[in-house]
Structure formats: structure tokens, C-alpha cells
Design a protein. Sequence first.
Length: 752
Amino acid sequence: MAYASLLSLNQTLDQILHPHDQTEQQHIMRSLHEQVSFLLSFLDVSSPQNNDILSSLEGRIRDAAYETEDIIESSMSNQIVSESGSHEYRTKSQVPNQILSEWDQKFERLQKIIQKLNSISDEVVKMRERNEIQVLLPSNSLPAASSKSHSINKSATVRLEKTLTSIKMRLASPLSELVVVPIFGMGGLGKTTLAKLTYNDSLIANHFDVRAWVVVSQEYREQEVLKGLLNSLRGLNHESGEESIEKLAENVLKILKDKRYLIVIDDVWDIEQLNKVKSLFPDDNNGSRIILTTRIYEVARLASHLSPTYRIANLNVDESWNLLHEMVFGEECCPPELKKIGKMISWWCRGLPLSVNLIGGLLYKSERTVYYWRYVLSNIRSEITDTDYGILDSVSFIYSQLPHHLRACFLYMGVLPEDYEIRRSKLTKLWVANRFIKPDRSKSLEEVAEEYLKDLVDRNLILVREWSYSGEIKTCSIHDILRDFCLMKSKVEKFNSDVEYLPRVHDNLRQVSILTDLKNQIPRFSLTRDRDLRVRAVTFFIHNSPNDVHFITNFRLLRVLDALSIRFQEFPVEIVELVTLRYIALTFWMKHRFPASIAKLCNLETLIVNPGKFRSIFNTSFLPPEIWKMSRLRHLLFVRSYLPYPTDALKEGTFVSLENLQTLGNVINFRWTKEVLEMMPNLKKLVISYEHDGRTEWSSYCFDNFVHLHQLEVLKCFFFAKCYIKYHDPLPVNFAFPQKLKRLTLSGCRIS
């Protein structure tokens, strides 16, 4: 996390530095900026083989960077909150004198930290002079974008083909009794892969009336299991947070009653869990089936007397090498000088597909030299054993070989619950908001984040769960063993903790995941003032009452508030004092009018609003005119929203344009005049809806001006008529589309 902490501090300094300001404070900040840039460059080019030498340095760098940023951002936050019309203090020419005047009382502390960073920089220079640190050589690996993941699936299918055929025959057998088919094996052998191949087989899908997939995991949460079942059975994200366990179970029973079903229960850890889940399903003697996967032999043995246990065997020597070869070279031949070493590496993977995948991902992205492959071999020989803990040791080595810019992005996956599937678009936005992404002048931060994601996918550290129609990553997740590593490493790096361990973690904790009910735990959040400064992101993954989350306002330097699982009646106005917020995701239950004070959030980049259970016109969000003052906005996402036309802004020229805005949706009945489009020139995705009242001229919406959105790639237009309007003729709409448009959706316009 040393790199990520420096990267974040560097972006904070960029925000407040002004080249024409010659005050003493500015000179100090420029000196600090130079130190940070030097250390970032050093980590960028340092070889992963320096890991032992760098580990102690990195801890010191991380702590110093965290402490420095806490001082700077707390001063910025205090100044903005204390000023009326805080949105005016955004440009570099306005910020420094306003903010830096508060630093007098913290000046001595800041100077000591700068001295620490100077000392670390001096050590780095001396190490380089003594040739103790190797410089990273240019990589000769294949490009990040590839179809490697599809070939891996093909290999898995071939390896498991015999077992797959047997399981399919068992599922389609004429037995009328409810049969449980257990799949057993240690972590990383491919149990879930085998279950997925079976579940997605077209013949099996056609044999059953309904199918569902649910993940149980080590920490069994009955309500979450039931919600997962309903989501899978209904094929949608069912909003059921307010329903009791009894009601959820009743809904599951109603759907499955008198139907021949196939249920996959993935990752069962004890027989009590299995019995609880099995009790949810009716046995109507109609040939229904349950597949379960487990690492525990006793669970598999006791699961069913009607079906054999399918044990996933380790790869043999040839299978290990063939898989590794395909991972690294695809259809190319392995160079002769690497073949012998490669076979030894595959042998030391102990026949575990996960280990082969991870080592293969490492070799695929690394230099293909005898020296480096021998280096990998010497490290994994002492690491990999045929236990989960042995795999964790190998993951630790693979993590140490990761480029520094990818480490925080990978560790962030530990924030997510076990087996959680996240959309690519959301994950990259969260990485950007947390400042894990290094700016590149030729690309947007989101484009760089997508490159990071593809790199981690190629390394098999992140799994693609769903591909889009155009071959792009749609959703992804992380293997539970890798998640275990992320959690352990995050605690060492003072990066992430779930709420259960919050009181016991180090003060420098930056991320908090809420995975449990808070009702009886609120007193544990009475944190000290200093500790309140540390937390930068709070993410909820379980339903809680809005009354349970007031502790969030203690985290005065919060950047990310992801609270989609909390059902607020209206916008929680108290969070507008958290002026460092960059990402907000909320669910409104009733009132959807945003206060004008939202403009205080002058750093806000992403605002996502979910309408909750009822997706109707009553969930329309109403944005205030002040939204046009929030110049840092990059993504505005609603199911329905009214964006006020900036009439006063265009007349008086007082509003700041939304030049950073990339995503806007869904806005209702908005007029796309040329002046408005000039205020948001970098839109890439636009979702709009129009409700025709029979009186408004379509030409007033200026659809022909879309041609001026030169960066637009995705456009979705939906047209509706009021219930009392009856017409069938095509709408007189003159569309004019920009050159970069890749995806177009038109609905309800009745074009011929």
C-alpha cells in the first residue's frame, strides 16, 4: 500500500499547488511533492525481486504518506466547511492561501514527516549507488487484452469431462426422489467450475422447470441465502430487504412447489448448513435435484444416500504442464530452454488447478527468461503445499511480484463479501474514487482502471463472471482463497477491515466493510477524533436501518460512501458536511428531492441513486440547479431524474460547466441545446427518456444537436406517451449522431 498511499497524496498535492504562489507554505508543499514524485518513480521501476529489501521501507513510506495526507486533507476539509459558499474554493489559485493558513499549528508535525520522507529517499539513493536494488526491465509479455480466459474454460471442460458426463446422467436419471449430488475437493481444485459446467449445460437446463444457484460460504447468513435464491429463481435483483426470513422462505417454496427444479448449493461448510438449506426445498417426487460443493468430506458423505460423492482429483504431472503451457503460451510453442524449468514449476504446483492458474498468470505477464523462471521455481518450491494454507503462501509470493500500481486494486477485492459478483463499471469507479489509479494525460482515469482490471484478469487474480455481447468484462469476482489472502494482507497493510474487527485494528485503517447487522454494535463506533480522520471508505453489504449509520459522519475525511443496501427515506443531508466525499451510492425509499446544499460536496465525482423496491414515477429524483456548480462530477446515475435546465446559468454565466461529466442517466424531458452540450463536452454515456404530453413540440428537445457530443459512445433514448395520448405515427424526430457512437438504443419512437 506504499504506492497507493503515495499516489493518493500526490493527487491531493496536485489539487492545492499553484505555480504562481510563492508563500512559504507553497514552497514546503512543492518540496513535499518532489519527494512523493521521486518515491513513486522509484517504486514504479523497482523490480519485484527487491521485495525483501523493500518491505520495511514500504511500511515506513505508507505510514508517512497516510499521516501527511491526513494533516493536509483535514485542514482543507475544516476550511471548506467553515466557509459559506464553499463551492467557490475549487481552483488552485483560490485554495492555497485559504487552506494553508490553518497549517501553522500543524507545521512542526508536518516538517517531521517530511524529514522522514527525506530520510527514506536518501536510503533509496544509497541503495541504488550500492546496486542493492534491481531496476525493472521492460516486459516482453503478451498484451493485456486477450482471450486467454476462454481457453482456460476449454481446458477445464476437457479435464472434467468424464466426471461431468457422470453427473449429468445422474441428474437426468428417472429416479423420482429428490437426489443430492455432492462434489467434494479442497479449495482450488475446480468444484465450482464443474458445478457451473453442469448447471449451464443446455440439455440439463431443458430437463428442469426451474434452476437456481446459491452460495452458502463459511459464514452462513440465512436471510442472504434466501435472497440469493430468490434473485436466481426470478432472474433479477429482488429487493427483499424488508421481508422476514419466514416470508422469504415462503416465497421460495411457492416458486418451487410442484416444479422439477435444479438447485446448486455452492461452498457448504458443515452438515447443519446443508440441512437448513435443504429444508427450504419441497420434495414432490418429481425428479428434482440438488448439487452441492464442499471442501469437507463428512458433509459430502452425509449429504445423500442416493448418489455417490464426486471427488475432484488433483491434476497429474502431464495435465499440470499442459495447463501451465496453455496459460503462458496459448497455441505457441514453449522455448526449449524454458521447457524443463516449466515442467518443474508445474510439478511444484502439486496438481492444484488454482495454483497452476496463478503461477501461469504470473509467468504470462512476466519476462520469459531462464533467469526469471528459475527465480519463480526457487520461490514456489518452498511455498506450495496441498492445503489451503499452502496456496495462501503461494498467493503471497505472487502478490509480491505484482507491479505496485496493481496491488491496492487487488487488495480492494477483499472489501467485497465472499463470492460477491460486482459490475465492472462499478468496480472501476470505486478504484478511481479511492485514488488507486495513476493519472495518464492521454486517457481518462476510468480507461486506465479498465486496463488495470484486464491486467489482473490476465493474471487470474480476478475472475470474469459475465462477458458483454461485445466481448468486454461485464461482471467479475474473486476466488474465496484469494479473498482470504486479501483480508489477511489488508490487516497487515492497515487497509481494510469488516465491522466485526474495527475496534481492534490499527489507527491507519482506510476501508471499512459492513457485513453484519449493526443494531447491537453502535456503541463500538465511538471513535477518537484522531481515528475519525483515517477512514476513507465505508461500504455496506447488508441491510441496516438509516438510524444505525449516523456514525458515518464521524469519518470527516470520507471519500466513498456505498450505502445502496440502506433504505433512506430522503437524502441524508448531514453528509453534505463530509466535503471530501468523491463517491456516493444511496437508495431512496420515498422523498427524492435533493437539497441545494449538495453543492457543498465540491469534490464529488460519482452520485448513484437507486429507487429501492418500487421502480415507478414516484421514485423520480429531482436535482437542484446547484448541481451545475459541481464541476468535478464524472458520473450521475439515476433510474429517473429531472435535471433542471441551466437557464440562469446561461444568462448570467455564473455556473461552472460539467466538463468532467462522462455518464448521465436517466434524465427526463431534457432540452439538448447547443449551449448545454458545450457545458458537458466529454459525455461518453447518455440515457434519456421523454414523456410526450401532446403539446410540446419534439423539436424543442433539440435531438439533432447530439452530433455535437463528440465523445459520446453510448446513447439510449426512451419515448413514452401519456396515458391519454393515442397516436401511432412515427415521431418527427431528427436524430444526428456523433462519430464515436458505438451503442444505440431507441425505444418507443416508432420509426419505420
